[in-house]
Write a protein that binds this ligand. Structure first.
Ligand code: ADP
Length: 322
């Protein structure tokens, strides 16, 4: 491998820049060229390339988002466009590709390998922490930290006015953000993505809290497949139980911002390891965290979503919020 292409795909997450920096600096230190591909697979199909050098990744380690930008590309789902992508890569003399993204992006990478034996290495980047066979995805802890700070602020108001708040966090079908934020903010309740909401229990819990002197209740709502379900819950609480709850949907503020230490540290290791894997012919592969260590595994292990074992924290949250 003499020229590595790198792109980000799917949703952005804080720490992607740390991974890009680590890839570029590792490759250059090994005498390998790096070509940045802008806007994910869509940019690849349009030939949006930028030559990376040591200074093109200077002063980005602390920046959220991704300097390469990212996208979703429906075209790339089709076999003929993936053929075109490989033709473009080869014409550009790119002979290995690093993909920073989620399980969807890894499926695209896997297809490049299966259909064209194009060498690919994945780096998991998504705030959702929802990829199989890795305990961690870059951006998760930053998103959690951002949500915790927001909930702490909401708690001030909730307490001052003795109110109930439904705070909706991101994560789509993954419970990871909701559970970690719930435990870390002392939430009175956590509603997971696929929970059928038991409004009666919710109201009973809130009233039990009030009876024992609580001045506020925070209910963390995982967004689930469609953001905004908090409003439905709010309406039922009002109409059927005459309970007023306020809604705060944290939304995209959770996606941006300066990456916390874990994201920088893990992304730096993953970027470095991804280059070594490409150079060592260890493809198709992906950098993962297993038992707390950053290591490589087969890409095929990481092409599905997973909801890990976060569910075990559900009981912890409930016990600590009585
Ligand atoms: P994420 O990578 O965060 O899971 P998406 O699921 O949106 O995000 O996938 C990002 C992009 O990866 C898609 O827009 C598409 O271009 C590509 N992709 C996703 N799934 C596949 C697939 N099965 N085959 C080929 N490409 C795919």
């Amino acid at each position: 491998v003499k020229n590595i292409g790198i792109l980000c795909s799917g949703g952005d997450s804080p720490g992607m820049n740390c991974a890009i920096r680590a890839v570029v600096r590792t490759a250059i230190s090994r005498g390998i060229q790096v070509t940045g591909i802008k806007r994910g697979y869509a940019g690849l199909l349009r030939g949006e390339f930028m030559q990376m050098n040591l200074s093109s990744v200077g002063n980005i380690i602390q920046r959220g988002g991704t300097i390469l930008q990212t996208s979703r590309s429906p075209e790339f789902q089709k076999v003929e466009f993936r053929k075109k992508a490989v033709d473009i890569l080869r014409a550009q003399h790119i002979d290995g590709l690093i993909i920073i993204g989620g399980d969807g992006s890894f499926n695209g990478a896997m297809a490049l390998w299966k259909e064209h034996q194009f060498p690919v290495v994945g780096i998991p980047g998504t705030i959702d922490n929802d990829i199989s066979n890795t305990e961690y995805t870059i951006g998760f802890n930053t998103a959690v930290q951002t949500a915790i700070e927001a909930v702490d602020r909401i708690r001030d108001t909730a307490h001052s006015h003795a109110r109930t708040f439904l705070v909706e966090v991101m994560g789509r079908n993954s419970s990871a953000i909701a559970l970690k934020v719930g435990v870390c903010t002392g939430a009175e309740n956590i509603l997971l993505p696929h929970d059928k909401v038991n409004h009666q229990k919710l109201v009973d819990d809130i009233n039990r809290g009030i009876a024992r002197g609580k001045e506020s209740s925070i209910i963390i709502v995982a967004e689930g497949p469609v953001a905004g379900r908090s409003y439905d819950i709010q309406h039922v609480l009002k109409d059927m139980y005459h309970l007023d709850a306020h809604v705060a949907i944290l939304g995209h503020i959770q996606r941006g911002g300066s990456p916390v230490a874990d994201d920088r540290f893990i992304a730096s290791q993953m970027g470095n390891m991804a280059v070594e894997a490409l150079l060592g012919g260890n493809v198709p592969s992906v950098t993962v965290v297993q038992k707390g260590k950053v290591l490589m595994t087969d890409l095929a292990n990481c092409t599905t979503k997973a909801d890990h074992n976060y569910i075990e924290y559900s009981g912890l949250a409930e016990t600590l919020s009585i």
